[in-house]
Design a protein around this ligand. Sequence first.
Ligand code: ZN
Length: 274
Amino acid sequence: MPSRRRWLVAVGAVVLLLLAGGAVALVVGLGPTGTHSQAADPPPPTTADPTTADPTTADPTTAAPTTTALPSPTGPPPFDRTQNSIDEANSIWVVVDKLRPLNPIDYAPADLVDVGNGHQMRAEAAAALHQMFADAAAQGLRLDVDSAYRSYVYQQNTFASGVARLGEAQALRGIAKPGYSEHQTGLAADIGGGGCEIDPCFATTPQGQWVAQNAYRYGFVIRYPDGAEGVTGYRYEPWHVRYVGVALATEMRTEGVPTLEQFFALPAAPSYAG
Ligand SMILES: [Zn+2]
């Protein structure tokens, strides 16, 4: 029996050794594996770091354009919409429409000069019109002045005869009340050519198309554009040009804003108040 106990002890020792060896092997095995997995784990974190670093670097990337976008505002300064008055009658930016009569209502410019055909405009506008006509003529396009400055009294008579001829409702569509006409500013002109005078067909002539494309270079806008009657209160008048200066005319064209009312965020003026 002692031999059997000894055998059992031996077997037990072997089992213990095996267990211990297995444990060591496990520890050793886990060790390297753990070390490897730890060494392998960092890469995932390292690849996870870039992943999280990507958004982080994406933030700087998006922040970078923002900072590179900053210089552009410092480039061209924004257009100053307050550099001239839109209320004063003698301002080249004065906005006159069916809700904005001239002030005073019988305003008359002090610097009218001849522009041909017995018509007058303010000196600055007249010089610009003269240059525009000269440049058009140089391309074989003759332009005429059909109307320009109209006094308060003249407009009174025009409006009265229009009402008598067309009835008030129809007259109001095409003829301004005295004190509400751009022509009274001395900055507006009705121009023609190519066989069309004060008629929508002017838009289809080479002269009218040249004016539509180039008037802004001389400081003029087509004051009553097509489709803007609800804003300006007037049907399309391709012949009616209004001097506002090169800076504003160019800015309106650049921004694609067709009317003075929209550019200065003024109420639409489809009809007279009251
Ligand atoms: Zn006109």
